[in-house]
Write a protein that binds this ligand. Structure first.
Ligand code: ATP
Ligand code: MG
Length: 224
């Protein structure tokens, strides 16, 4: 099976000579399909920069990123934007929900923006397994943090992305809610065959992953 994501000699530096930050430094990594891959490493080691490059949110200085077999930075900007909407689900620490919309509206919004058909049964299945059925008509700003993050995860899953990229998605949650959200993300991998790449600081969470990828000074130093 071809890998879900691959970087080849990927480079992203910030700043100028004398003050150069090698955020991603000649990194080549292959990430397996249908698995939960955790990215760990100290603060400032380049985890978010790498994740943004994997999701087509930024452009590298050099090197390549393949997602689901496609060379994403060979694409023009508008092509890349469409690719991102259709193939990549993002889950960030700060949910990014629209407060004036309810849970259901938030979940289906990206599908609508993309002029795609809303697959009601599939989405209701996600909503039920994610425990949001009772909250479908609740405005986003009336939800707890855990419910907001579950809505954000449901939104990511509903668009049937090839890969979900998550940057410390449980960083703002208490430990019980964190475990609930993690169980859910794990289920997405086992139940829906979703590929999940997730940055975490948390050792317990990293232990839940199929593969752990350790980043140091912009380089992948170990994958186990
Ligand atoms: N837009 C930017 N402009 C300048 N420097 C940046 C920018 N984004 C990141 N950096 C620098 O690149 C390095 C890697 O940052 P990155 O955010 O990828 O680290 P991280 O591993 O995600 O850290 P954390 O665990 O704190 O989130 C850091 O030194 C950071 O200061
Ligand atoms: Mg980060």
């Amino acid at each position: 099976m071809k890998p879900i994501a691959q970087t080849i000699d990927l480079v992203k530096y910030y700043g100028k000579e004398g003050n150069l930050v090698k955020a991603v430094d000649h990194t080549s990594v292959t990430i397996e399909r249908g698995k939960f891959t955790a990215i760990v490493g100290r603060s400032g080691s380049g985890k978010s920069t790498l994740l943004h490059l994997l999701g087509g949110l930024d452009r590298p200085d050099s090197g390549k990123v393949f997602i689901d077999g496609d060379d994403i930075y060979a694409m023009k900007e508008n092509e890349l934007a469409r690719f991102r909407r259709q193939k990549v689900g993002f889950v960030f620490q700060d949910y990014n929900l629209l407060n004036s919309l309810n849970v259901w509206e938030n979940i289906v919004l990206p599908i609508g923006l993309d002029n795609r058909k809303v697959e009601k049964d599939f989405i209701m299945d996600i909503v039920e397994s994610i425990g949001l059925k009772e909250k479908l008509h609740t405005r986003a700003d009336k939800l707890s943090g855990g419910q907001m993050q579950r809505t954000a995860i449901a939104r990511a899953l509903a668009a049937r992305p090839a890969v979900i990229l998550a940057d410390e998605p449980t960083g703002n949650l208490d430990s019980r809610t964190e475990l609930e959200v993690m169980a859910l993300l794990k289920k997405c991998v086992s139940h829906y065959g979703q590929s999940l790449i997730m940055i975490t600081h948390d050792e317990t969470i990293a232990q839940m992953a199929d593969t752990v990828c350790v980043i140091e000074d912009g380089k992948v130093v170990a994958a186990e």
